[in-house]
Each structure stands twice: as structure tokens, then as C-alpha cells.
Write a protein that binds this ligand. Structure first.
Ligand SMILES: [Zn+2]
Length: 327
């Protein structure tokens, strides 16, 4: 599953960061997590195509998570999109999408399918399952978990070779769960798939907190997820502001990640006040004291999410090509 961080800042766009939007892609399906203003411009030069987005899921209706939708929908339509677009969010999402799309004379050339979500609801987006949980941000706000389907079990190449099964169609049949017959030195051999292929493995999973105070519902939703993308608006030096404005610090996000046992942690929704690199380093160190390897991605960075590991996409895929870890 690929995670592209199109915008990683909170509140308003700055020279360093645009406001929130993250594209999760697995196989042929792409879910956009939040859509701050200017998101379609952030896609330029990235591997994310506006035409290939299946669904936009919105955590809450503060503008920095939502105001990019009318512009993105117009860009999709002007570029020939015909297939429907799903937009999901908290209970007032329908009225907000309706009013934002009707505020110009433009009408999209495709159906916009709006779904209102509440704690515990599920969505199916192609092969992906999206679940949500309520969080604490002073208005109705949701966190989302995106689960990919189970992966095939490990194929034991050494065992297949030792049994004399030739590589090619027969290997493919075993991976597809078929029993095969192979002739070895005039002896007919029947091989069942479970002799060579291990049990199916869980699918990859990513959780996105949206804006929230540190909250047990995010930890519960994130249990054993491969990655948690958590807001970290503030560092320890502004922990009082985090309380006042119902946000999290980097350290608190790391505590949630540690409690949930996730594979990797990405921190986003960085306050515009932290434009200086040393302030970002300070924030990263605070998180890493609790969750080693915490990453604060820059706009445009993409990562391949894997179980217990993550690796950057190649620079030519749009990623910056460097995993940022504790220093
Ligand atoms: Zn907010």
C-alpha cells in the first residue's frame, strides 16, 4: 500500500507545507484522506492522478481538511472524469458538499455519491475496507482505518524446487489454490497448494487520526495496524495550546502509536509556527523518545507501507527518496 503525503501542514498553507491531504493507493484503488485547499495542485508531479481517486474521506469540516473538494471535483470534471466519486465524512458532509459544489455555476460531469459516517461505520471502496471511529476535536470528527484484503501466503520456492515442480504455470496454479499433477521421472505426483503455500496473511492497514486530542478510540482503531498517520500539531513547548485547541503533541501521538503496537508512525498537521527545520527536528526527537523511527513527512513524499517496515518510493515515483528517522 502506497501512502503519498500531498499536504502535511495544519490550519493554513505555508511556504513549507500545504494543508492536509494524503492519498492511499492499493492495487487499483485510491482513497484520499482529507482534501485541504489546493490539493489538486499538490498532485502535480506526484504518482496520484485526480482521475483515479475512488473516494475522498473527510475527518471533519474544518476548512484545512475540506476546502479542496470543490476545486478538485472541478479539475476532475474538466479532465474528462465520468465515473462516480464517493465522498464520505461526518453527518453534515452532505450539506457541506452540496453547498460548496453549488456555490459556483459549474456542475461536475459525473455523479458525486456522498456518504455520512458515524462511529463504527464501514465503507467498501473497491478492494479496500474503510472503518471509522469518533475522536475528540470539539466538533464531530472521525478517524479512519483503511484495510487492504488478505495477502496470499508465502510460496515456498525451495520446497517446490526440491519436489521437482517446474517453475511456470504449475507454480501459478498452486498460488491460485489449485491442486496440480506433475510427472517426475515417470512417476505421477499430486501436490496440494497447502504443501507449498503458507496460510493467507492479513492485508495491510493504515489509520489516519484526523484532528484530535490524544484519544483511546484512535489507539483501539489502530491496533496492530501497519501504519498510523497521526496529527501532531504541536511540540512539547506548546503542550498548553494542544489542550486549548483540542490537538495532540508529537509525543502524545507517539504514545498512541506505542499503545496500539503499529508498525510505523507518520506525524502530520504540523503547525505553521514550526517552519524552521530545527523546530521540526525537536518535534521528531520528542516523538522518537516514545516511538523510535517516527517520521515527519514533507509534502510530496511517498512511502510503501509494509508490515513492520516502510520504505520510500523511488524519487522518480514522486517521493523524496529519504526516510526520516530519529536523529
Ligand atoms: Zn480541525
Amino acid at each position: 500500500m502506497r501512502s503519498c503525503f500531498l499536504g502535511t501542514g495544519g490550519s493554513w498553507p505555508t511556504r513549507e507545507r500545504n494543508v492536509l491531504s494524503i492519498a492511499l493507493t492499493h492495487s487499483r484503488n485510491t482513497v484520499l484522506l482529507d482534501c485541504g485547499e489546493g490539493t489538486q495542485r499538490q498532485m502535480i508531479g506526484s504518482p496520484v492522478s485526480p482521475l483515479k481517486i475512488d473516494a475522498i474521506v473527510v475527518t471533519h469540516l474544518h476548512g484545512d481538511h475540506f476546502l479542496g473538494i470543490p476545486g478538485l471535483v472541478q479539475s476532475m470534471s474538466l479532465n474528462g472524469r465520468k465515473r462516480p466519486l464517493m465522498i464520505a465524512g461526518p453527518s453534515s458532509i452532505h450539506a457541506s458538499v452540496e453547498s460548496s459544489l453549488s456555490s459556483t455555476v459549474f456542475r461536475p460531469g459525473f455523479e458525486v455519491d456522498v456518504r455520512e459516517m458515524k462511529d463504527g461505520d464501514r465503507l467498501v471502496v473497491g478492494s479496500l475496507t474503510v472503518r471509522c471511529a469518533s475522536v475528540e476535536h470539539g466538533i464531530e470528527a472521525l478517524a479512519y482505518r483503511v484495510d487492504a484484503p488478505p495477502r496470499p501466503g508465502f510460496f515456498d520456492r525451495a520446497k517446490a524446487e526440491s519436489m521437482g515442480i517446474p517453475q511456470g504455470r504449475l507454480w501459478g496454479d498452486l498460488q491460485r489454490g489449485k491442486t496440480i499433477r506433475s510427472n517426475q521421472g515417470g512417476v505421477d505426483l499430486e501436490v496440494r497448494p497447502e504443501q507449498i503455500v503458507g496460510p493467507a496473511r492479513p492485508g495491510l492497514s493504515v489509520v489516519y487520526s484526523g484532528d484530535t486530542l490524544p484519544h483511546g478510540s484512535v489507539a483501539a482503531l489502530s491496533r496492530d495496524a501497519d501504519a498510523l498517520i497521526h496529527e501532531a500539531t504541536f511540540s512539547d513547548r506548546h503542550a498548553d495550546l494542544a489542550r486549548d485547541y483540542l490537538h495532540s503533541t508529537a509525543r502524545e501521538a507517539a504514545e498512541i502509536a506505542s499503545e496500539a503496537g503499529v508498525g510505523s508512525l507518520f506525524l502530520v498537521h504540523i503547525s505553521p509556527r514550526y517552519s524552521a527545520p530545527d523546530l521540526i527536528d525537536e518535534m521528531r526527537k520528542e516523538a522518537c523518545e516514545v516511538f523510535p523511527g517516527a517520521i515527519i513527512p514533507s509534502d510530496g513524499e511517498c512511502f510503501e507501507i509494509g508490515r513492520r517496515t516502510n520504505k520510500p518510493c523511488k524519487p522518480e515515483d514522486g517521493g523524496a527518496g529519504a526516510v526520516r528517522t530519529c536523529r
